[in-house]
Design a protein around this ligand. Structure first.
Ligand SMILES: NC(=O)C1=CN([C@@H]2O[C@H](COP(=O)(O)OP(=O)(O)OC[C@H]3O[C@@H](n4cnc5c(N)ncnc54)[C@H](OP(=O)(O)O)[C@@H]3O)[C@@H](O)[C@H]2O)C=CC1
Ligand SMILES: CC1=C(/C=C/C(C)=C/C=C/C(C)=C/C=O)C(C)(C)CCC1
Length: 249
């Protein structure tokens, strides 16, 4: 009996979500202007991070780009500068709390208050749990989940003081449901989703309506991060990987 009720509830939920998506296809939500805003993107040397940087730059936002890969981060910066915005790059290890706090201090001193924070950097161990070195499993939690605490502690106070800001969490569909062999990733992304939801509640409870939050939970994107990941052959063509540019836009 409870299985039938569960199935019915799921059907109502899915139907409602599809209806909302159809309505949004025709009635686009109002876009807010980010012209002149200061936007910090983590993992900006990666595939999605670079595309986010370029999309934000096209809208006139100035950029602060963070990545552990200095060369890739600089490449993103060069591409963004061609679009006429100011860009600063910082090399940082998001798996280390001290590295985050030190770099955040430099940003506050050298550039000023961040308006939009895009927590995009992410990693996956990519090995079976029992064969995976402990450090690699730990790193996934540190980068995908713990870093959200430290980034928010570093930049939310100035947002609260101005009642202005936006915190974007790039989580994953694997923060909403699970599949096999990605225990570290699922644990970290479920953590990211929980973090986002609690933070959104906090901002509402404190009447900080000028600070927005956005949670992004994409399915597999064609960036190479999940290159070996395949779904059942029968449904592969029905749900192909997402295009990186489509996802960023
Ligand atoms: N690709 C996919 O299928 C999906 C991805 N996502 C999420 O989207 C986000 C972006 O993914 P994607 O663009 O594919 O990944 P990429 O690997 O292309 O980009 C991630 C970037 O983050 C950097 N990075 C990794 N670890 C650290 C660290 N400790 N400190 C600082 N920077 C670091 C990487 O540097 P380096 O390359 O040197 O490690 C890289 O430049 C991630 O959060 C991911 O979980 C969500 C759903 C699906
Ligand atoms: C869509 C879908 C499925 C597979 C989902 C997968 C495999 C998602 C992987 C997401 C990743 C790797 C995200 C990275 O952040 C199932 C379970 C077959 C059931 C049918 C719907």
């Amino acid at each position: 009996m409870s299985l039938i009720v569960d199935l019915l509830l799921m059907l109502i939920d899915v139907t409602y979500s599809i209806l909302c998506a159809v309505v949004r296809t025709f009635l686009h939500p109002r876009l807010k202007s980010i012209d002149g805003e200061l936007c910090l993107i983590t993992g900006a040397g990666g595939v999605l991070g670079r595309l986010f940087a370029l999309e934000f730059a096209k809208e006139g936002a100035h950029l602060i780009l963070w990545d552990c890969n200095t060369a890739a981060n600089e490449q993103t910066a060069q591409l963004a500068r061609k679009l006429g915005v100011e860009v600063r790059t910082y090399t940082v290890d998001l798996s280390k709390r001290q590295s985050i706090y030190e770099t955040a201090g430099r940003v506050r001193a050298e550039v000023g208050d961040v308006d939009i924070l895009v927590n995009n950097a992410g990693v996956v161990a990519g090995q079976r749990l029992l064969e995976c070195p402990d450090e690699l499993l730990e790193r996934t939690l540190l980068v995908n989940c713990h870093a959200l605490f430290w980034m928010t502690k570093a930049f939310l106070p100035q947002m609260k003081a101005r009642n202005h800001g936006h915190i974007v969490t790039i989580a994953s569909a694997l923060g909403l449901f699970t599949t096999a062999f990605v225990e570290d990733y699922c644990a970290s992304k479920f953590g990211a989703v929980g973090f986002h939801e609690s933070l959104a509640h906090e901002l509402r409870a404190e009447n900080h309506y000028g600070i927005k939050t956005t949670l992004v939970c994409p399915y597999i994107i064609d960036t190479g991060m999940f290159a070996g990941c395949e779904i059942r052959k029968e449904i592969q063509s029905l749900i192909p990987p997402l295009e990186p540019l489509y996802t960023a836009q």
